[in-house]
Design a protein around this ligand. Structure first.
Ligand code: C2E
Ligand code: MG
Ligand code: MG
Length: 542
């Protein structure tokens, strides 16, 4: 079936879009969380590294001071032994000794130097007077970075394995010597993806290009550490988190897409089906008699639209008229109803001048400049007088609308009989109705339902009837279902018309005509589930 196929396609499209959009949103969310979390971890890491750095620096300062205060002859066995003891007792140091003018004179690990010594140049002159050497060749161990610090004529060599316990496989870092605020004196340790000045900005977390950073400087501002990781690496490290968000987003997207498809089907699908039904003229019109309570003779009939949708489900006019009103095509339904009414009853209406068919119109019709000409030409074509076509306008449409007032005036001028429908549910007072100058009010079925109960609406009924009488308005009571309700209104002095299941359900035109012609009796309908369960499937012969 075409509609089923359409439904499946809409569902597939909506869920696919939902999956894509949800998955993408999930990825973005996962990415933001991952980056923020990684930045925070980088900063923690930098702080930890600075802590380690401070401990090792404090130790080297202490040992260097002790070495410079050596009581032994320079580079004597006694002094080297003395240095060895200091180094042995230290945690971070591997060797120490004497050097002068960049030349190593002796060391705890290599003993006294030979005559042909290489002259090393310090890599950094630090603020406190120490000199820093990166990779003094004699102490190199494999590819490890070996850092040596010289103060006066003594030096120490840090163990290249100091950093091992704090190394992190997923993050890298760089340690920078700072000689003035925001100025790097030199690179001490690690790798730096950018110029080190970039990292000295402040303690904290930041993103620069393809990298995430967490930075921390020592309290004295002499050394700064920047831990860093490429964004792609951070994403890879957190692929489970990101994947989880993508999956969650995708599932949510599918769910939202599906719900949207259902809503779309209920609104847009509903709308296009209704428009198709109007175009193909598959709406049906049923007719419900209105009787004079005095003799129970049919005096009017109300035309009511019926629609069974493409899934074979009857839809209430309350629902489809509302959608047609909201989407601005209710006028097409009004036109269709008028056409059907005249097709079904033109002959009857010509033959029975006192009989009337009422059609319901909407607010949009009142404001539509095409509405009155449409009515006029349809009536003229059918050869039916305007007085034979009654108009029902729901009370709420007329409230405080100048345009409603003018259209009602013109309808009455043409000879139409104008009813205010569902009276009592809207906002208009009876005095306002007088101002509107209508012919009749149809008291809403809510009032009828309340008869025999203590509901406050019942107490208002006599007032409504009296005032309608005073204003010369005909009263039609809707929703009469029981003889008790009929009796309540029949007792009134004034002439009252009634409409309701007691006097006949809405039926197709041929069934109604048989009723009207006395070939069938009121109340002998058999209910059918066809068309909202209100359509008679058969009418008993009289
Ligand atoms: P309405 O104009 O007040 O029509 C009377 C409604 O009361 C109809 O409902 C009718 O079937 C129902 N009814 C009649 N007798 C009884 C009864 O004894 N008991 C109960 N409980 N209900 C009864 P329906 O056909 O469902 O129509 C609902 C509303 O939809 C109508 O209320 C009218 O406002 C609107 N409508 C129906 N057809 C059209 C149409 O062609 N054009 C426009 N603009 N509105 C329409
Ligand atoms: Mg009505
Ligand atoms: Mg009504």
């Amino acid at each position: 079936m075409r509609t089923f196929k359409q439904r499946v396609w809409v569902a597939i499209l909506a869920t696919s879009c939902g999956l894509a959009a949800g998955g993408f949103a999930g990825y973005l969310l996962g990415r933001v969380l991952t980056l923020n979390r990684t930045e925070a971890r980088l900063e923690q890491y930098a702080t930890r590294l600075i802590g380690e750095g401070q401990k090792s620096t404090a130790e080297s300062r202490k040992v260097l001071a002790a070495m410079n205060a050596s009581p032994f002859p320079r580079c004597s066995d006694a002094e080297i032994n003395y240095f060895s003891k200091l180094i042995f007792e230290s945690q971070y140091l591997k060797a120490g000794g004497r050097m002068h003018d960049g030349k190593i004179e002796c060391s705890t690990s290599l003993g006294r130097a030979t005559q042909t010594q290489v002259q090393y140049k310090p890599d950094i002159f630090q603020r406190d007077g120490t000199r820093l050497y990166r990779n003094l060749a004699p102490f190199r161990v494999g590819n490890e970075t070996v850092i040596a610090i010289q103060l006066a004529d003594s030096y120490i060599v840090y163990s290249p394995y100091n950093m091992k316990p704090v190394l992190n496989s997923s993050m890298q870092f760089t340690v920078t010597d700072v000689d003035a605020p925001n100025r790097a004196a030199g690179h001490i340790y690690g790798t730096a993806p950018k110029s080190e000045e970039t990292y000295l900005v402040t303690n904290g977390q930041f993103r620069d290009g393809d990298y995430l950073y967490g930075t921390h400087c020592s309290p004295d501002g002499v050394v700064c550490v920047a831990a860093h990781v490429p964004i792609s690496q951070a994403m890879l490290n957190n692929r489970l988190t990101v994947g989880g968000f993508v999956a969650l987003g995708g599932l949510t997207g599918i769910l939202v897409g599906f719900v949207c498809a259902v809503i779309y089907r209920r609104t847009k699908g509903f709308e296009s089906q209704l428009l198709r039904a109007i175009r193909k003229d598959t709406l049906r019109i049923v007719y419900q008699p209105i009787v004079d309570l005095e003799n129970e003779e049919i005096v009017e009939v109300e035309a009511l639209a019926r629609w069974t949708n493409e899934d074979n489900v009857p839809v209430s006019p309350d629902d489809f008229i509302k959608v047609a009103e909201e989407r601005g095509f209710v006028g097409q339904i009004t036109k269709l109803v008028v056409r059907h009414v005249l097709h079904d009853f033109a002959k009857t209406l010509r033959e029975r001048p006192g009989f009337r068919v009422n059609v319901n119109i909407a607010a949009a019709d009142l404001a539509d400049p095409e509405f009155l000409p449409m009515l006029e030409s349809a009536l003229a074509q059918a050869g039916v007088a305007a007085s034979s076509l009654g108009i029902e306008i729901t009370e709420s449409y007329t409230a405080r609308q100048q345009v409603a007032k003018e259209t009602i005036l013109r309808l009455r001028e043409k000879g139409h009989y104008v009813h205010i429908d569902d009276f009592g549910t809207g906002y208009s007072s009876l005095a306002y109705l007088h101002d509107l100058s209508v012919d009749a009010i149809k008291i809403d079925k809510a009032f009828t339902k309340a008869i025999g109960t203590d509901a406050v609406t019942v107490t208002i009924l006599p007032q409504i009837l009296t005032m309608a009488d005073t204003l010369g308005l005909r009263v039609i009571v809707e929703g009469i279902e029981t003889p008790q309700q009929a009796r309540y209104f029949a007792q009134s002095e004034q002439s009252i018309y009634a409409q309701g299941w007691l006097f006949g359900r809405p039926v197709p035109p041929d069934a109604f005509l048989r009723l009207l012609e006395g070939k069938a009796r009121i109340g002998e309908y058999e209910e059918s589930i066809e068309g909202m369960g209100m359509v008679a499937s058969s009418v008993s012969a009289a």
